[in-house]
Design a protein around this ligand. Structure first.
Ligand code: PHE
Length: 495
C-alpha cells in the first residue's frame, strides 16, 4: 500500500459504513487534487478493500437561447403578451411587426401559438381558450426560470417540458455527468488502524541523496518497468532530410564537392547535351513536364551549333551521329529537369579543363502515375569524376565505397544502356538476400564531353534516393515518405 492509500483508508475507517463523495474525501484527507482520491481509491478497490460506485446523471442547463429567454422572456410569452392585449381583429402578423417584432420572431412565434391551440382565420389569430394558453405559457416560463441557478438533474425536472424544449433550438442542453462514491468493503472495514502507519519511501534518487548516507536502510518505491508511459515526442529532422544530410557527409568525406542546379531547364541542357536523340520516347509529353511559362529558354548559340552537328553527323567526335535534322527550337523548350545529370553536364561545360569530383542530391520530375513505387517528383544522387585517369574500375570502386559507407557493402553492376554513356551499367545492392536496382552509371560518350570542351573521360552516375530511403526506413510504399503523418514519422529510425 502507498502512503496515499493508507491515508485514504484511515480516513474512511472513521465511518466504516459510510458512502463517501469526492468532496468529503478531499476534505477529510486534506488533498487538493482529486487525482489522489481517484488513484488511491482505484488501488484500494483492486486490493478488495474499497468499492467504487459510478453513477451517470443527466444534467439539464440553459443554452444560448435559453439564457436569452431568461432575460427577455420566451418568444411565445412575449408575442402572446402583445397579442392578448389587442382586440381580436388586430391580432395579425403586420400588427406584430408594428409592435417591433422582427420577421424571424413573428413567424416562428405565431407557429408556437398555433401549436398551443390558437387558430389563424383569414390572417388573424383566433383564440379558443385563452386561459389554458396563458397557463401553458407561464408553465414554460417557470421551467426556464427554474434553470436559472445552473445545472439541474434531469430526473428532478418535468419530463414533458424537457422533451418540449429539447425539440427547440438552443434553449436547453443535456450533459451526462459521472459521479463516483467510495465505500469500504467488509475486508476494508476490518483493517486495523495500527497497520496504516506511513512509511517514508524514496521515489527518486538524487545526487544529494547518494552523497549523504540517508539512502542506507531507506525504503525504495518499487519501480515497474512494464507500466505504460508516454512516448516523448520531441522535434526531429524529417527522415528524408536526415538521409540527404548523411549522404552529403559521405560524399564530402570521400573528397567530393557539392553542386546544385535549377529545377527549370532547357531541353537542350537536359537532353541534347546528353546526346539523347530528339526523337527519343522519354522526350514526349507523356514522360516529361514541359512548361508553358516560359515556354522557351535561351541556350547559347555556340552549344546549339555544336549539338546540331554532333546529333546530325557526329561532328569531329569520331561518331556518325543520329542522322536526320536537329531542331534548335526543340532544344529551347523549357521543362522540369527529368534527371540531375543536367547539373553535372553543365558543371563540365563551365569547368572543361579543371579536374573535378562533384555530387548533387536533387529533385527531379517525370510524368509518372503515383503508386507504391512511383512518384512524379523524386530525388537523385548524382555525381561525376572528371579527370584524366577516370575509368570504369574507378567508377565501380567509388560506388562500392559510397554504398558500403551507407551500410550496404555488397554492390554489383550489370551492363545497361543510356544514350550518353559507353560503357553503361546498372547498379544493384544486396538487401535481405535480394539484388535491388538503385540507379545507372557509366563513362560519358565523346558525343557528350567533346562539345563541352573536355578532353578527359568522365565517370558519371545517377542513383535513386527514395528507393534507398525505403530500404533504410523499412517502408513498402514510397508515398509514406512524404505523407505528413507525424505519428509515423516520429516512429521512423533516427539516421
Ligand atoms: N540519368 C540517369 C537516370 O536518370 C542515370 C545516369 C546518370 C546514368 C549518369 C548514367 C550516367 O536514370
Amino acid at each position: 500500500m502507498s502512503n496515499n492509500e493508507r491515508t485514504l483508508l484511515k480516513f474512511m475507517l472513521s465511518e466504516p459504513s459510510k458512502n463517501w463523495l469526492l468532496e468529503e474525501l478531499l476534505e477529510g484527507t486534506g488533498w487538493d487534487d482529486q487525482v489522489h482520491v481517484a488513484g488511491s481509491g482505484k488501488a484500494l478497490s483492486e486490493l478488495g478493500l474499497v468499492e467504487v460506485k459510478e453513477e451517470t446523471e443527466s444534467l439539464v442547463s440553459l443554452g444560448v437561447e435559453g439564457e436569452k429567454a431568461l432575460s427577455e422572456g420566451l418568444l411565445e410569452f412575449r408575442i402572446w403578451k402583445c397579442l392578448s392585449s389587442l382586440p381580436e381583429s388586430d391580432r395579425t402578423m403586420n400588427r406584430l411587426f408594428e409592435e417591433g417584432f422582427e420577421r424571424h420572431e413573428a413567424g416562428p412565434g405565431m407557429g408556437l401559438l398555433k401549436s398551443l391551440g390558437l387558430a389563424i382565420e383569414s390572417g388573424k389569430l383566433v383564440s379558443k381558450d385563452e386561459s389554458s394558453i396563458s397557463k401553458e405559457i407561464s408553465m414554460r416560463a417557470d421551467f426556464i426560470s427554474s434553470l436559472a441557478e445552473g445545472s439541474t438533474p434531469k430526473s428532478q425536472l418535468d419530463g414533458e417540458m424537457v422533451s418540449h424544449f429539447l425539440g427547440r433550438k438552443g434553449l436547453i442542453m443535456v450533459d451526462d455527468q459521472v459521479s463516483r462514491s467510495w465505500s469500504l468493503t467488509d475486508a476494508g472495514s476490518s483493517v486495523e488502524e495500527s497497520d496504516l502507519v506511513h512509511v517514508e519511501m524514496i521515489g527518486e534518487l538524487t545526487p544529494e541523496l547518494l552523497q549523504s548516507e540517508a539512502w542506507r536502510g531507506a525504503k525504495f518505491k518499487p519501480f515497474d518497468v512494464n507500466s505504460p508511459a508516454p512516448i516523448p515526442m520531441g522535434g526531429r529532422p524529417h527522415p528524408m532530410q536526415a538521409l540527404i544530410e548523411r549522404i552529403r557527409q559521405v560524399f564530402l568525406e570521400m573528397g567530393f564537392s557539392e553542386i546544385e542546379g535549377d529545377f527549370v531547364q532547357s531541353a537542350g541542357w537536359n537532353m541534347d547535351a546528353l546526346y539523347i536523340p530528339q526523337s527519343h520516347p522519354a522526350r514526349t509529353m507523356q514522360d516529361t513536364f514541359y512548361l508553358s511559362e516560359p515556354s522557351q529558354i535561351d541556350v547559347e548559340e555556340k552549344y546549339l551549333d555544336l549539338w546540331s552537328r554532333v546529333h546530325e553527323h557526329g561532328h569531329d567526335t569520331g561518331s556518325k551521329g543520329w542522322g536526320g535534322s536537329f531542331d534548335k527550337d526543340e532544344s529551347r523548350k523549357s521543362l522540369l529537369r527529368t534527371h540531375t545529370t543536367v547539373n553535372t553536364v553543365r558543371h563540365i561545360a563551365e569547368n572543361p579543363d579543371e579536374p573535378s569530383r562533384v555530387f548533387g542530391i536533387g529533385r527531379v520530375f517525370r510524368q509518372e502515375t503515383i503508386d507504391r513505387t512511383h512518384l512524379p517528383e523524386f530525388h537523385q544522387i548524382e555525381g561525376i569524376i572528371h579527370e584524366e585517369q577516370a575509368s570504369l574500375p574507378m567508377l565501380i570502386t567509388t560506388l562500392k565505397t559510397f554504398y558500403s559507407k551507407m551500410g550496404y557493402p555488397d554492390v554489383r553492376v550489370r551492363p545497361a544502356y543510356f544514350p550518353y554513356t559507353e560503357p553503361s551499367v546498372e547498379v544493384d545492392i544486396l538487401w535481405r538476400g535480394q539484388w535491388l536496382e538503385l540507379g545507372g552509371a557509366g563513362i560519358f560518350r565523346p558525343e557528350v564531353t567533346e562539345p563541352l570542351g573536355s578532353e578527359w573521360p568522365v565517370c558519371a552516375w545517377g542513383m535513386g534516393l527514395e528507393r534507398l530511403a525505403m530500404i533504410i526506413l523499412d517502408l513498402d510504399d514510397i508515398r509514406q515518405l512524404y505523407q505528413p503523418d507525424l505519428e509515423r514519422l516520429s516512429r521512423m529510425p533516427i539516421l
